[in-house]
Design a protein around this ligand. Sequence first.
Ligand SMILES: [Zn+2]
Length: 509
Amino acid sequence: MAVPSHANATASKLIVCVIDAMAPAPLERAVSDGSVPTLAALIERGRYVNQCAAAFPSVTPVCAASIMTGVGPDRHGIPGMNWYDRASARYVEYGSSLRASQRFGIAGQLTDTVYNLNQVHLSPSALTVFEALDDAGIRTAGTTYLVYRGRYRHEPRRDGWLTRLASPFARHPVLGPREFFYADIFASQPAPCSSILGMPGIRDRHSGCVGEYLLEHDLADFLLLSLPDNDWYSHKHGPDAQVHSLARADLQLARVADAVGGLDALLEDFAVVVLGDHAHAAVDTSVDLVGALSELGVAGPRQPSDGAAIAVCPSQRAAMVYMLDPMTRDSVRQRVVGSALGLVGVDLACWLEFDAHDRPVAAAVAAASGAQLRFAPGEDVHDLRGGGWSVDGEIDAFEMVVRDGVVHSPRYPDGFARVWSALMCEHAGDVLLSAASGYEFLDWGGQAHGGGGSHGSLEAQDSLTGLIMCGVQPPASEPGQWAIRDVAPIVANHFGIDLPSVPAAQGAV
Ligand SMILES: [Zn+2]
């Protein structure tokens, strides 16, 4: 679809709006039934892509880091919703559920999510769009978002009872965008907005209120507007119900536009990009991976991991397993892969293979059917984004099609690059699992979303989100497969700056 002339390609400012978990099918239904008039207008005036690939695992922390840095987990370092930090021999939990957080300790979970994710876990060499734009003197602003690292120092708020309630967990300053709002903990301006400490269902309103204030007062050239409630609603009611929660997100987007006189006036000054970070799949059955692997000796959530052979990290429809003893890594890995693929509900197991010098040489993927595939960067085939791969194994069994040297996988979009990047992440487990359709891994709190929606897997249904671009220039050479990591370069390009290329973590080839 060409960009119609009434989309203002010269708007100097930019809003990137992330609607968590926005799935293309309910979005398109909401557009046609008239319940998302702002999104419909942006699609009509701009460009809509309905197959924009998430990162893998397709969960929010991993995807938020990819959106904000333009790179995959091999370069940004965030591997999942829950992961095992080998350096400090403990689990990191970003908030799979309240009960999971309670198992690990609420204070530790909040510290990991609010502070460590940005300050410690996110690779310092992966520049965020906030950091790049701050360096260029562009006025950045952000509403509550998991990845916020920028160049401006912000002290936690001390006013108000909500803030005092959060204060035991939020005493320290952070580096964020120039204008920074995060739940009720950080607020760089006296905007009359409250998120009731990030309560589901309230968070979109908080973002809309902050966005309205920032635009009314002309405080932002670049605004990251995060609308997270769609994910919560879709987890609870299933992906079809997103028609309702997308309509509520649309109201907040309209509210921000109204701050400057409506959408037409907004688009005079602002280009607007709207995307989901991943999508959602309907789930009805859960897989107790921790229980199934318990006989191998699983590190517990609080006790030191002495004597445990493995750490198990469910991330909704993905999971990671870490081998804790390097001497027995390969033999334990084989047992883990065998046990996991024997469980009903596990679709794929992925791991790296190493040479005699312990350098990774290939990724191996095994399916529940027994089919196996090995691949590594090479030149046998190219994917839709131009990446080259050497491939060995039963490619047909993974529903991958090779035509004229180009590999395409409708079932596992951008599959090679996403699996490779996930496995090469320095914080990733030794074995990555992807759940079968309809299944989800129980988290450490024993929670899942049976009867609702979930995400995390390599499958298209969780992985392909919507991307709306209105008033921005698409990349000069358009990708054959769009991905959420295309957004950061689009932002940089809009402001005429370069995002430096990010080196892979040590040990990556
Ligand atoms: Zn979610």
